[in-house]
Ligand binder design. Structure first.
Ligand code: AMP
Ligand code: MG
Length: 348
């Protein structure tokens, strides 16, 4: 299949181009599109055959439900059984934005979206191109990340092209995704909302608005079965092995020095901050590849660069990536969740 690319001039919505993409969505095709979190792979959420194409193109296990994207608050009514006062408060405070709410689904939502669950995950993205595309499509848009399942999520149209060219009808290129990790998935079906997946909306922000917010047990206990089916799968993994460095910044630097002295593997990558890079020896041997994520104090930039860096290391043919760890506060919780998954839990 030919994959078209619509490059938005200045990364702003271009109506003529988005009309073409929206028309293809309406005809049952699947399209890559930018959001503020990562790039999504969109299909008409009410068209079962179109949704099945998403699972096929990504190689996604069919028990991993999809998030439904809408462009206006009023559209949520058709998709859910009821909106509790807490859910409404969250929508009013955080939409459009990187918060996905899990709610009891209505009859309208096909089971193929929810993997047979009686709940549906919904959000309004905060990217003007995504919003315009959904508005023009005039349907809710199912959209997981636009990557091959298991690979690092895409933060640019180029990443989507690498993974899905020839398998999807088109890609809307709206520039780099600003946040760089997926939305927070919050289950609001019970008394106390539960974070099923940390993401772009932080637990701290949620607590400021609604008070108590708990964490799904699987986020701190590797043996617990996640309430969110997708969380049990391997994710975000580059070809190289990823190992997370633990300890204070000092201790992590010490570990890097030790690895440099041993220098056993053919090509070694270090995915680190500017600060950590600054304390390393200046003349590193040729088999050492440094990928700098940003300044330690700018955890947003570090998070935004994570998935791109993981893909970049693969192009550098390193066999192992040692990754700096960061404090799990604010967006750092989502960053470390993705890193830990990319590493398959391996730490040093
Ligand atoms: P992705 O589309 O790759 O960003 O992943 C979507 C995430 O939302 C996965 O972890 C899913 O398991 C989760 N999710 C989607 N729908 C539901 C639902 N109804 N209940 C719980 N988790 C869900
Ligand atoms: Mg994904």
């Amino acid at each position: 299949m030919e994959t078209r690319v619509w490059k938005m001039p200045g990364d702003k919505p271009n109506l003529a181009m988005l009309r073409e993409a929206a028309q293809l969505l309406r005809e049952g095709e699947i399209i890559g599109f930018p959001t503020e979190t990562v790039y999504g792979l969109g299909a008409n959420a009410l068209d079962e055959d179109a949704v099945k194409k998403i699972y096929k193109a990504k190689g996604r296990p069919d028990d991993n439900p999809l998030i439904v994207h809408i462009c206006k608050l009023e559209h949520v009514k058709e998709l859910v059984k009821e909106i509790t006062p807490t859910a409404l408060k969250l929508m009013e405070n955080f939409w459009p934005g990187p918060l996905t709410l899990v709610l009891p689904k209505s009859e309208l939502v096909p089971g193929v979206i929810t993997a047979g669950l009686d709940t549906v995950a919904i959000r309004i993205p905060a990217h003007p191109v995504a919003l315009k595309l959904i508005e023009l499509a005039q349907v809710p848009v199912a959209g997981p990340s636009a990557n091959i399942s298991g690979k690092p999520s895409p933060t640019t149209a180029e990443h989507v092209w690498q993974d899905l060219k020839g398998k999807i009808a088109g890609i809307v290129d709206g520039g780099k995704a600003g946040i760089g990790v997926e939305s927070t998935v919050l289950d609001v079906t019970g008394k106390v909302p539960i974070i099923l997946r940390p993401g772009g909306t932080t637990r701290e922000q949620l607590m400021e608005v609604i008070g108590e917010v708990s964490l799904d047990a699987s986020l701190h206990d590797l043996l617990a079965v996640p309430r969110s089916p997708g969380m049990k799968y391997t994710h975000y993994s580059p070809e190289a092995e990823v190992i997370i460095l633990k300890g204070t910044s000092h201790e992590q630097a010490g570990k890097i020095y030790k690895i440099l002295n041993e220098n056993k593997v053919p090509r070694i990558g270090f995915m680190i901050s500017q600060e950590l890079a600054a304390v390393l020896p200046k003349n590193l041997s040729e088999n050492i590849v440094l990928g700098i994520l940003g300044r330690q104090g700018d955890i947003e930039a570090i998070t935004a660069n994570l998935f791109d860096a993981l893909r970049w290391f693969d192009q550098k043919n390193v066999s192992v990536i040692y990754a700096e760890s960061f404090p799990e506060i604010n967006i750092g919780a989502a960053l470390m969740n993705r890193l830990l998954k990319a590493a398959g839990g391996k730490t040093l």
